[in-house]
Design a protein around this ligand. Structure first.
Ligand SMILES: NC(=O)C1=CN([C@@H]2O[C@H](COP(=O)(O)OP(=O)(O)OC[C@H]3O[C@@H](n4cnc5c(N)ncnc54)[C@H](OP(=O)(O)O)[C@@H]3O)[C@@H](O)[C@H]2O)C=CC1
Ligand SMILES: O=CC(=O)O
Length: 324
C-alpha cells in the first residue's frame, strides 16, 4: 500500500476512505513535540493531504518519495507550484465546490461593514443602546452602489451574481484576462485597477496570492480609493500591505474594511484591527460551513486517489507547468 501523510483533521468517513486506499500517517498538528516523527513520515510518503500548513521547498526536500500532494483548499499558496513541477509532482486542489459559500461570506463582510452591524450589535449587548439611533450611527447603502472586484475568477463571479442580481449593484472588475461571462450576465465593466480603485464604492480583492499579486494593494492604492470606500479582502492577507490598510483606516483615507484573511493567521489579538470599529475581522471562514467543508475534503481525498493512480485530468493546480 502506498504511504500517505495527512496533516489536517478530517471527518471519520473521509479518513476511512483514505485508509481503504493508503497506509495513512496522521498528524493533527506539527510542532516541536512531533517534528522528528513528522519528518521521518515525510521521508517515506508518496502522498500528502491537508491544509493550513506552509509546505515550503525546504520541507518538501525531505519528502524524496513524494508523487502527489492534495490541498484541502482552492488556494495553492502554501506550496511552490514551480518547485513541485520541477519534481514532476502534481498539486491537486478543490476549485468550484466553495464558490457560493465563500461569496456568501464576502457578502456578509460587505453587509457588516456598510451597516456597521458588529459595532452596533456590540453596543446593544454592552448596554450602550440608550436612545434611538441618530446619524452618528448611520451606515451606508449597499444597493445601487458600485462594486469593484479585483480577481474576477470563480468566486469573483459568484460575488458579482449576488451584487448585481440581489442588490442591483453596478459591477466593475480588473483581472488578468477579460471575462465575457461576467460582462454578459451582470453587465460588468472591465477596467484597469487604478480606474477601479478611484471609482468603486466597495473594493473587493479575490485574486490569488502569487509572486505577481503579493502586496498588490498598498499605501498608493488606498490613497486612490474614495474616502467613503469600503475595502474587502477575501483572498489572502499578503495580497495587501496590512500596515498600509491600518494607516488608511486610522486616518480616514477610506471608510471601513471587512477582512477574512490576514498577514499572520490567527490574527494576534494585539493587532490594531481588533480594536477598530471600522474594521470587521473574521477568522478565515470563507468556506467554513459544514456542507462546503465536507465537499472540499471529499474532493481532496478523491483528488489524491486519482493523482496517485496517475490521473491528474481534474483539479490539478500545476497542470500547465507539468505539461512543459
Ligand atoms: N477567504 C477564504 O476562506 C477563501 C479564500 N480564497 C482565495 O480566493 C482565491 C480565488 O479563488 P477562485 O476564485 O477559486 O480562483 P480563480 O482562479 O477562479 O480566480 C482568481 C482570478 O484572479 C485572476 N488573477 C490571477 N492573477 C492575477 C493578477 N496578477 N492580476 C489580476 N488578476 C489576477 C485570475 O485571472 P485569469 O482568469 O485571467 O487567470 C482569476 O480570474 C484563492 O486563490 C484563495 O486565495 C478562496 C476560497 C476561500
Ligand atoms: O482559503 C481557502 C481556500 O480554499 O483557499
Amino acid at each position: 500500500m502506498k504511504k500517505v501523510l495527512l496533516y489536517k483533521k478530517i471527518p471519520e468517513h473521509a479518513l476511512a476512505t483514505l485508509k481503504a486506499h493508503f497506509d495513512v500517517s496522521y498528524f493533527e498538528k506539527i510542532d516541536d513535540t512531533n517534528k522528528i516523527e513528522f519528518f521521518s513520515a515525510l521521508a517515506e510518503t508518496e502522498g500528502l493531504i491537508g491544509s493550513s500548513v506552509d509546505m515550503s521547498p525546504e520541507i518538501l526536500d525531505k519528502a524524496s518519495k513524494l508523487k502527489a500532494a492534495s490541498t484541502i483548499s482552492v488556494g495553492t499558496d502554501q506550496y511552490d507550484l514551480n518547485y513541485l513541477a520541477n519534481r514532476k509532482i502534481p498539486l491537486m486542489h478543490t476549485p468550484g465546490v466553495l464558490n457560493e459559500t465563500t461569496a456568501d461570506t464576502i457578502f456578509t463582510l460587505i453587509m457588516c461593514t456598510a451597516r456597521r452591524a458588529i459595532e452596533l450589535s456590540n453596543m446593544v449587548r454592552e448596554g450602550r443602546w440608550t436612545k434611538s439611533i441618530g446619524e452618528d450611527h448611520f451606515g451606508t447603502d449597499i444597493h445601487g452602489k458600485t462594486l469593484g472586484i479585483i480577481g474576477m475568477g470563480r468566486i469573483g463571479y459568484a460575488i458579482a451574481k449576488r451584487a448585481h442580481l440581489g442588490f442591483d449593484m453596478n459591477i466593475q472588475y480588473s483581472n488578468r484576462s477579460q471575462k465575457p461571462d461576467a460582462e454578459r450576465d451582470f453587465n460588468a465593466t472591465y477596467m484597469d485597477m487604478a480606474s477601479l480603485l478611484k471609482t468603486s464604492d466597495f473594493v473587493c480583492v479575490m485574486a490569488p496570492l502569487t509572486a505577481e499579486t503579493e502586496g498588490l494593494i498598498g499605501k498608493a492604492e488606498f490613497a486612490m480609493m474614495k474616502q467613503s470606500a469600503i475595502f474587502i479582502n477575501g483572498s489572502r492577507g499578503k495580497v495587501i500591505d496590512e500596515s498600509a490598510l491600518i494607516d488608511a483606516l486610522e486616518n480616514g483615507v477610506i471608510r471601513a474594511a471587512g477582512l477574512d484573511v490576514f498577514d499572520v493567521e490567527p490574527l494576534p489579538a494585539s493587532s490594531p484591527l481588533c480594536k477598530m470599529d471600522n474594521a470587521v475581522v473574521f477568522p478565515h471562514i470563507g468556506s467554513a460551513t459544514a456542507e462546503t467543508r465536507l465537499a472540499m475534503v471529499t474532493c481532496a481525498v478523491d483528488n489524491l486517489i486519482n493523482a496517485l493512480n496517475g490521473d491528474i485530468s481534474k483539479n490539478c493546480a500545476n497542470y500547465h507547468l507539468l505539461e512543459k
